[in-house]
Design a protein around this ligand. Structure first.
Ligand SMILES: NC(=O)c1ccc[n+]([C@@H]2O[C@H](COP(=O)([O-])OP(=O)(O)OC[C@H]3O[C@@H](n4cnc5c(N)ncnc54)[C@H](OP(=O)(O)O)[C@@H]3O)[C@@H](O)[C@H]2O)c1
Length: 426
């Protein structure tokens, strides 16, 4: 049986699970993948104490990148500083790379793939999006014969867990987040999950594969779930929707728009059924229609599963870094795509107030598909105001932000106005 010599850098959650898998049950990979994966060096800042297996450990991670015996460097430290240095040094030394680092690929993907192409090596990054669910392989290989129209995905398990708990158990945002942390599903500092950065980075990586765009995370627009309240979830449910954090990419006439926002998903669509910490990606292609990929999107074992699959892939010849860098589609920040919208307003409980709101929509030529004034959801102590939810016809992001601003100028509207997209899978 052939063998491949690897060096693992970073022995945290994922690195630890990779070593455990390869040490405890190597026969599974050998039988299924036809290759013996030989871990010949481990880079761990804490040295031997971080590694529970009898392996050659160095505390200087660049030793691994410079070790002439190592054929594949497995980067599992995260971040963009040392990780980039490690990856670049390894590529220059003729090594293939496997990484789970979405921040690195989303931010520096183009330069790293160019460098890899120059040195005729490969970069496996399956673990960087949707953990153990092989969405990269699906997009890059399984769907290679198709033109992708759009993708929509639930790509962050932490936020999906929080939104599911808020919906299923009527938990508050804070207690759902705390539960996610207690279960090890959210970081001690969950900022990048909650504010949408993590999902946006993953969407940027998917966009490069789906639409051949540059890796330019700065052109991805995104928002987090902090603004989603129990009240929004309840309104959405009354109207037949679930609120999910949806990463979205689409192409129109060579222009690609990528974003990640809290979004209402109709309950008859598969993405609405994706609960707890699970991930899912729907990819819509010309001719083929939609395919959906569902599974665990994070966690040490699922992520290690994707890392090991990439090592096997590389040992079998892999998927060459052969994209034509000269013919990329344009990635644009301002989406021209229209989405129906959910507006949540609090309006003074007086005659003519709602009429003012309706006439603002009419004056902008924006249709109102539904308007709900729900006294039962009003603050019982405050009879001066009532909550109103409006479902509008399709609006681009720019027009939706403009409309929100205009609504703020109506004296009878109090408090902050919320606006979310509604996913339309057509
Ligand atoms: N955890 C998941 O479920 C998951 C899922 C998908 C992708 N990922 C990605 O996988 C990568 C690793 O995540 P993780 O959860 O395993 O992180 P982690 O538990 O924090 O492990 C990171 C490891 O890298 C080491 N490290 C970090 N910076 C270092 C530096 N400058 N010098 C030397 N060692 C350094 C840490 O050493 P110390 O222990 O000494 O700090 C630790 O052993 C990240 O890119 C992450 O985004 C993780």
């Amino acid at each position: 049986m052939k063998s491949i010599k690897v060096g693992v850098c970073g022995v945290g959650n994922v690195g630890g699970a990779v070593l455990e898998n390869l040490s405890n049950s190597p026969e599974i990979v050998e039988n299924n993948g036809g290759v013996k994966i030989d871990v010949i060096q481990v880079g761990a800042r804490k040295g031997k104490s971080a590694v529970s297996f009898d392996l050659n450990v160095t505390t200087d991670l660049l030793d691994v990148a410079n070790n002439p015996e190592v054929e594949v460097l497995i980067e599992l430290i995260g971040g963009c500083d040392l990780a980039k240095d490690l990856v670049e040094t390894s590529i220059r030394n003729g090594k293939h790379i496997v990484t789970a680092n979405k921040a690195l690929i989303a931010t520096h993907g183009d330069e790293l793939f160019e460098l890899a192409k120059e040195h005729n090596v490969q970069i496996g990054f399956e673990a960087s999006v949707a953990g153990g669910t092989p969405v990269i392989k699906a997009l890059r290989e399984g769907l290679v014969a198709n033109k992708v129209n759009w993708f929509a995905g639930i790509l962050n398990g932490t936020t999906n867990f929080i939104l599911s708990k808020m919906s299923d158990d009527q938990s508050s945002f804070e207690s759902a987040l705390k539960e996610a942390q207690d279960l090890g599903l959210a970081e001690a500092d969950p900022t990048m999950d909650v504010d949408g950065t993590d999902a946006a980075q993953k969407a940027s990586i998917l966009s490069a594969l789906a639409f051949n765009t540059p890796h330019n995370f700065e052109l991805v627009s995104y928002g987090g779930i902090e603004s989603v309240s129990q009240e929004d979830i309840s309104y959405a449910a009354d109207l037949g929707y679930s609120i999910k954090h949806i990463a979205y990419g689409s192409i129109e006439a060579n222009e690609v728009f990528v974003s990640a926002y809290p979004t209402l998903v109709p309950n008859d669509q598969l993405l609405s059924q994706v609960g707890m910490q699970m991930n899912a990606l729907e990819v819509n292609c010309d001719g083929l229609g939609s395919t959906v990929y569902y599974g665990p999107g994070a966690g040490p074992k699922p992520t290690a599963s994707a890392v090991i699959a990439d090592i096997v892939d590389i040992s079998n010849g892999g998927w060459p870094v052969s994209k034509n860098f000269a013919s990329k589609n344009l990635l644009s920040k301002e989406s021209q795509q229209g989405f129906s919208r959910y507006f949540n307003l609090t309006i003074k409980n007086e005659a003519g107030a709602i009429a003012k709101v309706s006439s603002l929509f009419a004056s902008k030529n924006i249709s109102i598909e539904a308007l709900i004034q729900n006294e039962s959801k009003a603050n019982q102590a405050d009879h001066t105001h009532v909550p109103v939810v409006i479902i509008s016809g399709p609006l681009t992001d720019e027009k939706a932000f403009e409309m929100t601003k205009d609504l703020h100028s109506i004296d009878e509207i109090a408090q902050s106005i919320k606006q979310f997209r509604i996913h339309n899978a057509l």
